[in-house]
Design a protein around this ligand. Structure first.
Ligand SMILES: Nc1ncnc2c1ncn2[C@@H]1O[C@H](COP(=O)(O)OP(=O)(O)OP(=O)(O)O)[C@@H](O)[C@H]1O
Ligand SMILES: [Mg+2]
Length: 247
């Protein structure tokens, strides 16, 4: 479903010289259909960079990525992005229309399957999705004037409605209150998609994921059953995650 081999990514740190800006180093992993994998790592470990590079939003400097059998390359960007959807760490990067409703319909009307049939049934689907996320009442509100948690849920709706086969979720529970978090956990647990979930929320990991990958300074430090990774205090401490158990 997702195949990543020896992925290297760097940011252009022009003053630093070659390779000093390398943020992902030799990252390799596979994700099977339906797997929900937690991506753990301290601030700056490279989680968001990984997501952006998987969709070709950031160029890759080495290695390869394959999503649902499609190899990531310039000519296949649209195909890759139809198969994998990213919910950005910052919802302001995702919401750009004037209302929540327009934001949620934007993808299907411009890129999705619904484009072909003029969106028949789309409004029902969008309404149902917003209600299931507990934000049905926000439909006509201005996206940029929502609270942090409301924006997060609206951004999630804008991706879920596209029904991507692979979901990349960058700190999905950030800004959510307990009710929003519960609604989100329930929704994600019922979805069949393959998911890669970057998070610092251990309870969320334990409920949703059976596997965890730990990134440390741009390299994979551990990849295994979520419960054993979360209980490996030495590993977590070495990767700057020691506080996880004690939040
Ligand atoms: N646009 C950029 N230009 C240069 N360096 C960047 C850029 N974005 C991120 N970086 C650097 O790349 C490294 C990895 O950042 P990234 O955002 O991927 O970390 P993260 O694991 O998502 O962290 P967080 O938990 O804080 O979200 C950091 O050192 C960061 O400073
Ligand atoms: Mg990040």
């Amino acid at each position: 479903m997702l195949r990543v081999r020896n992925l290297s990514v760097e940011y252009p740190h022009t003053q630093l010289g070659p390779h000093l800006g390398r943020v992902l180093k030799d990252v390799s992993f596979d994700a099977k259909a339906g797997e929900r994998i937690a991506l753990l790592g301290a601030n700056g470990a490279g989680k968001s960079t990984l997501f952006l590079s998987l969709l070709g939003i950031l160029p890759i400097h080495g290695g390869s990525v394959e999503i649902c059998g499609v190899k990531l390359e310039k000519s296949a960007l649209a195909e890759v992005r139809a198969r994998a959807g990213l919910v950005f760490q910052n919802p302001d990067d995702q919401l750009f229309m004037s209302t929540v409703w327009e934001d949620v319909l934007f993808g299907p009307l411009n890129y999705g399957r619904d484009k072909a049939d003029g969106g028949t049934g789309l409004e029902d689907k969008a309404g149902l999705l917003l209600r299931s996320l507990g934000i049905g009442h926000l439909k006509d509100r201005m996206s940029h004037k929502l609270s942090g948690g409301e924006k997060r849920l609206a951004a999630l709706a804008a991706i879920l409605i596209m029904e991507p086969q692979v979901l990349l979720l960058d700190e999905p529970t950030a800004f959510l209150d307990p009710r929003g978090r519960r609604a989100l956990t329930k929704i994600l647990a019922a979805l069949p998609q393959t998911m890669l979930i970057a998070t610092h929320d251990t309870a969320f990991v334990e409920t949703l994921s059976s596997r965890a990958i730990v990134l440390n300074q741009g390299s994979i430090r551990a990849d295994g059953p979520a419960d054993s990774v979360l209980r490996n205090e030495k590993l977590l401490e070495e990767c700057g995650l020691a506080a996880l158990e004690h939040i």
